[in-house]
Design a protein. Sequence first.
Length: 91
Amino acid sequence: MFKKLLTVGALAAVIALTGGIGSASASGMRYICGGEEIIDHEPVPGTNEMWVVNPYRNFAQEFIQDWKKWNFHGPILHCGTNYWAGRYVSS
């Protein structure tokens, strides 16, 4: 029982320290999603938008990265068989 508690606590700490479920993938990775190239966790040059890629179709409503608050605005694009990309806009 104690081992389970430690495992769950460690997992919760990792999620909290990495910024939650919206930032579970590696920054800067390139993907082809919905027929377009997406760079994960890097703001699109000249805009206030950014794409986040996850191995599941579930995205946080908001997160903070580089002192900016990013809000989920969609759409969600399918990236092959294992990944999904969601569009965020900074406020």
